[in-house]
Design a protein around this ligand. Structure first.
Ligand SMILES: O=C(CO)COP(=O)(O)O
Length: 300
């Protein structure tokens, strides 16, 4: 097990630290862990994601769900933030996603363009900004350039930077895909080296990697792989993503293994809002019980 870093250890400016403190210690369970509700899938995958529960197509339903479920924050794109966030008077912290793209063209040369700024995030009262970085994509060079701009502004405004570190592209596919241990481990390290304050990763699968450098041939369990991912992120706080719809047992196991490894929290979207309302809240309550077992102590 890896120790979860405290905010005072993470090289944060006063503004970033105050905002992360609000998210982690004044919302959700208030114990330094986090449960985020991401809601950018309407852009990334299209409205098909709302077919399982049509209520979820309405951003007001999602924000209410985040409040009812005691989430630490929601992650949305600029258009929804401008139209809906203030309906709830900023009661749940906002991570403003600054880039995003559709899945209509193939992901092989993926680059996620910027369409909002850190200044927008300040104007909207956000507590963090989110940036999707496609590690391993042929477009990773311009991607790093965009991230650099965002990081500079985030430093200037004291705004925490959450990097969605997504392995992508043909080279990643050849090595076992975007959730192979090799890819997730590398992506966590890249985000940390490039200055993310928080990194969001897929849960790593050691059994999926192929054609990878030697050290990865060692047999890792899922728990060991997750431990290694948290270590690779060093003093960058780790969030683990939910992924496409799975059963409750699988989600709870992923949550437990992630938190035991030293992740700071979970960012589960479709697995929460693709269920009917009562089932969503029941799963959230079980996730909160897991988070309650892993407080950050001491707090600062
Ligand atoms: O962070 C996420 C999307 O931005 C994760 O969403 P899912 O849990 O639906 O995979």
């Amino acid at each position: 097990m890896t120790t979860r870093p405290r905010l005072s250890q993470c090289g944060l400016s006063a503004g970033k630290r105050a905002r992360l403190h609000r998210i982690l210690h004044q919302h959700g369970l208030g114990n330094g862990t986090a449960l985020f509700l991401p809601y950018d899938q309407g852009l990334e995958h299209g409205p098909r994601d709302f077919f399982p529960d049509p209520a979820a197509a309405d951003p007001r339903y999602i924000i209410k769900l985040a409040l009812e479920g005691g989430f630490n924050g929601i992650a949305v794109q600029i258009g929804l933030a401008e139209k809906f966030y203030w309906d709830y008077a900023g009661e749940v912290p906002l991570i403003l996603k600054l880039n995003g793209k559709t899945d209509i063209p193939s992901d092989r040369d993926a680059l996620s363009p910027l369409h909002a700024s850190v200044e927008d995030a300040v104007r909207l009262g956000a507590d963090a900004v989110g940036y999707t970085l496609y590690v391993g994509s042929p477009a990773q060079v311009p991607d790093y350039g965009q991230l650099h701009e965002v990081r500079r502004d985030a430093q200037r405004f004291g705004m925490p930077l959450v990097v969605w570190a997504y392995p992508r592209g043909a080279a990643i596919e050849q090595k076992g895909g975007k959730d192979s241990f090799y890819a997730v481990h590398y992506a966590a390290r890249v985000a940390s080296e490039l200055g993310a304050d928080v990194v969001k990763v897929n849960f790593p699968h050691p059994e999926k990697q192929q054609d990878v450098p030697d050290p990865y041939h060692t047999a890792f369990t899922a728990q060991q792989a997750m431990d290694a991912v948290v270590r690779a992120a060093n003093r960058t706080l780790v969030l683990v993503s939910g992924g496409s719809r799975a059963g409750d047992e699988a989600m709870l196991e992923k949550a437990e293994e992630s938190m035991a490894a030293g992740a700071t929290g979970l960012i589960f979207g479709r697995n929460v809002w693709q269920r009917e309302h009562g089932a969503s809240l029941r799963l959230v309550e079980q996730l909160r019980q897991i988070l309650a077992k892993y407080p950050t102590t001491p707090k600062v």
